[in-house]
Write a protein that binds this ligand. Structure first.
Ligand SMILES: Cc1cc2nc3c(=O)[nH]c(=O)nc-3n(C[C@H](O)[C@H](O)[C@H](O)COP(=O)(O)OP(=O)(O)OC[C@H]3O[C@@H](n4cnc5c(N)ncnc54)[C@H](O)[C@@H]3O)c2cc1C
Length: 473
């Protein structure tokens, strides 16, 4: 049996732990395990490859917005080149990580599936390995629902889509969450005939309703979007796949050359078998942790997607540091999820941090909430670029603390950062108003929203008018 100072499962955020430990204790012996390409999901199947693929169409969106003043002719999107560029970058970075894992003499790197066999002991590559400090960063994988005929007909997931050589002429996307919308937006704008079929009443159902609506409005100019449609059956006939979906109005059939299934993520616990070590999971297999990220087995921590909390790489990175500090320095740091930002990289872009309105009202009462609002087109830069979108800031009336912020429109993922910083510092919204913002930059949309607070009911009347006007435009 090989004994280690630490065992790290997953080469994504888990690598932060291995690096930190070796920096502080160069004599430490660490086992690092990953059954897939080194670098984890973010580098090899998630954030990075998806953004390398989808980002170029943002330029098309900008041109579309400015079509009355810039008469550009786009000859096409070179899908093959985009995919080749993506694969080259990912392969080289993953190989670099793999080489460093192999060459580092204090690390034993196992490129195989591991499973717990008893508390503190795992089996990998036919060997038993043991440590009193284990970090589970086993990530997640695409969830594939049981749909009649789906397997036989063939489908893509966010993993396998990365192997496409040529752009399909048409695609049916099952799901309307952020992965479905990011890829749907890309393919639709790049010239593929896209149909998005979502079971819930709206796409991006994790976002504020008005944000979903803003994306729906603009994306539906390029893709067909069907909400409240449940896929019940898939058939394939030669090169064409047929997706049968049911709604209140009956059954519809959507045809496409490819089907992308993007309905969520599931746990890898069935491979890791934490139950053999007495490590508790919830009913979906996500590993249960306390606020210090420790599992039910002392000294064993679960970080990133594995704990099923906020499945983003930036969260996993922070959790890795918190788990490391708690495990090796007894730091007693509680993981704080109150100001976790995220973005959806479609056009218009979406970004959000903290509470949604419904949660804020539920927790604090409607009378204690104020909502700030401003449109992108109010700023000089927004007018110059003919931008749509807005910022919504939710504030606690008495304390002035920002409870949440939601932005849709160009550069939303950048604009949200100012609010995130203020929230992380636990500072009130006045601090944004106090800071001088560059005029007439897009950043003004955040400060003006903070200066334009209103009661919840007033906000709803106003947002209705905004949508009526934009649908008439
Ligand atoms: C298409 C897509 C786009 C995304 N875009 C973004 C984005 O823009 N921004 C963002 O923040 N997040 C994004 N994410 C999410 C992000 O990729 C994940 O949250 C992050 O990579 C999780 O990191 P991790 O450290 O938990 O797991 P990782 O270390 O990245 O992955 C876990 C690794 O462990 C391996 N493993 C699992 N079980 C075992 C086992 N028993 N034995 C051996 N190895 C095992 C897995 O195969 C995997 O390689 C995206 C995800 C997808 C799929």
């Amino acid at each position: 049996m090989n004994e280690y100072d630490a065992i790290v499962i997953g080469t994504g955020s888990g690598m932060i732990i291995a690096e930190r430990l070796l920096r502080e204790n160069p004599d430490a012996r660490i086992a690092v395990i990953d059954k897939d390409m080194a670098g984890g999901i973010c580098l090899t199947r998630g954030c990075i490859p998806s953004k390398l693929v989808i980002s170029p169409v943002e330029v098309l969106y900008d041109l579309e917005k400015l079509s009355d003043v810039i008469h550009a002719e786009v000859k096409g999107v070179d899908f093959r080149k985009i995919m080749k560029r993506m694969r080259k970058k990912i392969d080289s970075e993953s190989r670099m990580i793999e080489r460093s894992l192999i060459e580092f003499e204090r690390i034993d790197y196992f490129k195989s599936p591991a499973r717990f066999v008893s508390p503190y002991t795992l089996e990998v590559d036919g060997k038993s390995i043991r440590s009193e400090k284990i970090f589970i960063g086993s990530g997640s994988r695409p969830m594939v629902p049981e749909i009649d005929g789906l397997t036989e007909s063939g489908y893509l997931t966010s993993d396998t889509i990365l192997y496409l050589e040529d752009m399909p002429e048409s695609m049916v996307i099952i799901g309307g969450g952020y992965i479905a919308i990011e890829y749907g937006n890309f393919f639709a704008r790049a010239g593929c005939d896209v149909k998005i079929v979502e079971m819930l009443p709206r796409i991006l159902s994790g976002e504020e309703p008005e944000i979903s609506m803003a994306v729906h409005q603009e994306l539906s100019e390029h893709a067909e979007i069907y909400t409240s449609h449940r896929v019940v059956k898939v058939e394939s006939d030669g090169g064409i796949k047929r997706v049968h979906a049911e709604s209140r109005d009956g059954r519809r059939i959507f045809e496409g050359e490819e089907i992308l299934v993007a309905v969520g993520r599931e746990s890898n616990s069935d491979i890791l078998m934490p139950e053999n070590a007495g490590i508790e999971t919830d009913e979906r297999g996500w590993i249960e942790v306390d606020e210090f990220l420790e599992t039910s087995l002392r000294g064993v921590y679960a970080i990133g997607d594995a704990n099923g909390k906020h499945m983003f790489r930036h969260v996993a990175n922070r959790e890795a540091i918190v788990a490391y500090m708690n495990a090796f320095h007894n730091a007693g740091i509680r993981m704080d999820y109150s100001a976790i930002p995220h973005a959806v990289f479609c056009q218009p872009e979406v970004a959000s941090v903290g509470m949604k309105e419904e949660e804020a009202v539920r927790k604090h009462g409607k009378e204690n909430i104020l909502i700030g609002f401003e449109e992108m087109k109010s700023t000089g830069k927004g007018q110059g670029l003919n931008l749509s979108g807005f910022a919504k800031i939710i504030v606690h009336r008495e304390s002035g603390k920002i409870l949440g912020a939601h932005i849709v429109g160009k550069a939303a993922s950048i604009l949200i950062q100012e609010v995130t910083t203020v929230m992380s510092l636990n500072a009130p919204y006045h601090s944004i108003l106090q800071a001088i913002h560059i005029h007439p930059a897009l950043g003004e949309v955040v400060s003006w929203a903070c200066g334009n607070l209103m009661r919840v009911d007033e906000y709803h009347k106003m947002i209705e008018r905004v949508f009526q006007l934009s649908s008439q435009a």
